[in-house]
Ligand binder design. Sequence first.
Ligand code: PGA
Length: 251
Amino acid sequence: MKFPLIIANWKLNGNKYFVNVFLKKLCYKLNKKKLYNIAIAPPLVYLHTSIKEIKNTNITICAQNVDVNLSGAFTGDVSISMLKDIGVKYVLIGHSERRIYHNETDFEILKKFINVKKNNLIPILCIGETLEEKKKNKTKEICFNQINLIIKNLGIKVFKNCVIAYEPVWAIGNKVSANFKDVQKIHKFIRSTISLYDKKISKQIIIQYGGSVNYKNAKELLMQQDIDGLLIGNSSLNINNFLKIIKILKN
Ligand code: PGA
């Protein structure tokens, strides 16, 4: 059985105290349960301490970003081999906040994707339309283009053991999430796009939803056939709210 992949994306939030308290409580609460698929994406400087905290549990760690370069004179950057070295499992690629605030280009996203795959870590390719694009009815076209960037350059097989996170830009950090029925339609479209190239991969690939997920809307989202997990920002910053979402998985 495939368990929904739930990822807490802490973005630029928290401190040493927050990380320790949050993860201690999470590990304690999940202690007796083995059947879950949960990852934490802390800020870079807390990756190492997070990895230590979750030792001996099934919780895994996700990096929020990686540099395009593998090594060398790139002050302030972190490479994929460094992330691998400390035990990171997933890497977010092309999150809209990086596309917007760091002008991340398709070329960089492609390069990062390649580096993550080559190092046997799991890329989480973030895709999704802006409000303007949504208003122009371009959601499917945008999602298709963002997925096709990978397929046309690397072939469909690279999507084996990968995650796609559909995160409509307008729904991120908002009070209102996208409607679960609309999300399901887009997820179905994403899966059928992949299935045009490879049926097996389309069934196996994890398609997460992200954008103002909270403990009130998580259940309906997770009940949809093509929503295989959630990428959670704001609601993952409060351990009690996050645990309420995890509790839904049991029901
Ligand atoms: P949000 O963020 O849950 O705060 O909307 C989700 C994300 O950007 O991954």
